[in-house]
Design a binder for this molecule. Structure first.
Ligand SMILES: Nc1ncnc2c1ncn2[C@@H]1O[C@H](COP(=O)(O)OP(=O)(O)OP(=O)(O)O)[C@@H](O)[C@H]1O
Ligand SMILES: Cc1ncc(COP(=O)(O)O)c(N)n1
Length: 277
């Protein structure tokens, strides 16, 4: 008989996107394409499309605790991620549940502002990510504005990116990726700072497109998937970058604004998925 719970399983703890391009929807699509069974704790529900976030509402603490319990009671989660967490109360709830249950390595995507400009977490919530939740992170994945907020400094050069990454690591996150998607340089540069102190750049040509809704979610979910399948931290990060690059490059025409990524693209362009994760 096949061993129960032997299939790789992962968890996303985040907000939904009714428009299907970001948040939990992007996470589930990514994990599915990466060959991992995905589960979700819904922290908040957004009314959202590619034009922006029209509204959002966080779920009650009771409902969130029950989702964590349900997942813990039935699944063998090998890796997890957090995304939109709404406010300080919910950051604290997530922190408490991640202390209570072992869901494997945590990829913390410190989601703050949506591409359209809507704030997805309160200032107090950000402060708590900074002072508390980041201590549980195996990998933290801020974009540039998020890194500036977490490191409490301006980032205007590549050397400043490294200084910021070190400051963020000092908050307690073991490994740090400062994502370089925001900006207009010809080359997109993501900086990786590993727990060992090793750092390196992941460079790729900037793809000229406004269809970049959910890039951060897709990157972090591909990393989580790879970790759930047993990859090392470095292997998982390198895989995540390849997955998101393919998803941005091969656009699909959906929606009228910041369109979603093509989550099928990596598997359509690579025949070696199983060798690589
Ligand atoms: N135009 C682009 N061309 C190539 N790669 C990109 C582009 N935009 C983003 N990326 C890549 O996508 C990943 C996510 O980076 P980004 O800085 O967009 O994160 P983010 O702002 O958190 O995303 P989001 O908030 O949309 O979920 C990174 O690996 C980055 O290099
Ligand atoms: C529920 C949810 N989570 C995350 C994002 C960030 O994605 P983006 O910056 O591409 O809008 C989002 N818009 N909605």
């Amino acid at each position: 008989m096949t061993e129960i719970n032997s299939f790789p399983q992962a968890l996303t703890i985040a907000g939904t996107d009714s428009g299907g391009g970001a948040g939990i929807m992007a996470d589930l699509k990514t994990m599915q394409e990466c060959g991992v069974f995905s589960t979700a704790v819904v922290v908040a529900v957004t009314a959202q499309n590619t034009l922006g976030v029209q509204d959002f509402q966080a779920l009650s603490p009771k409902m969130i605790n029950e989702q964590f319990q349900s997942i813990h009671d039935d699944f063998d989660i090998k890796a997890c991620k957090t995304g939109m967490l709404a406010d300080a109360e919910h950051v604290q709830l997530v922190y408490d549940n991640l202390q209570k249950y072992d869901f494997g390595p945590l990829v913390l995507d410190p989601v703050m502002v949506a591409k359209g400009g809507a704030q997805l977490i309160s200032d107090e919530g950000i402060d708590l990510i900074r002072t508390k939740l980041s201590q549980l992170a195996t990998i933290i994945t801020p974009n540039m504005p998020e890194a500036e907020r977490l490191a409490d400094m301006k980032i205007e050069s590549q050397s400043a990116m490294l200084v910021a990454a070190k400051k963020i690591q000092a908050l307690g996150a073991k490994n740090v990726i400062v994502k370089g998607g925001h900006g207009d340089t010809e080359t997109v540069r993501d900086l990786v700072l590993l727990e060992s102190g090793e750092n390196f750049w992941m460079n790729s040509p900037r793809i000229e497109t406004i269809r970049t809704h959910g890039t951060g979610d897709t990157l972090s979910s591909a990393i989580v998937s790879s970790l759930a399948k047993g990859s090392t931290i470095k292997e998982a990060i390198l895989f995540g970058k390849k997955f998101v690059e393919a998803a941005i490059k091969n656009t699909i025409q959906v929606g009228h604004g910041h369109g979603p990524l093509n989550h099928w693209a990596y598997n359509q362009t690579s025949e070696e998925l199983n060798d690589e994760i």
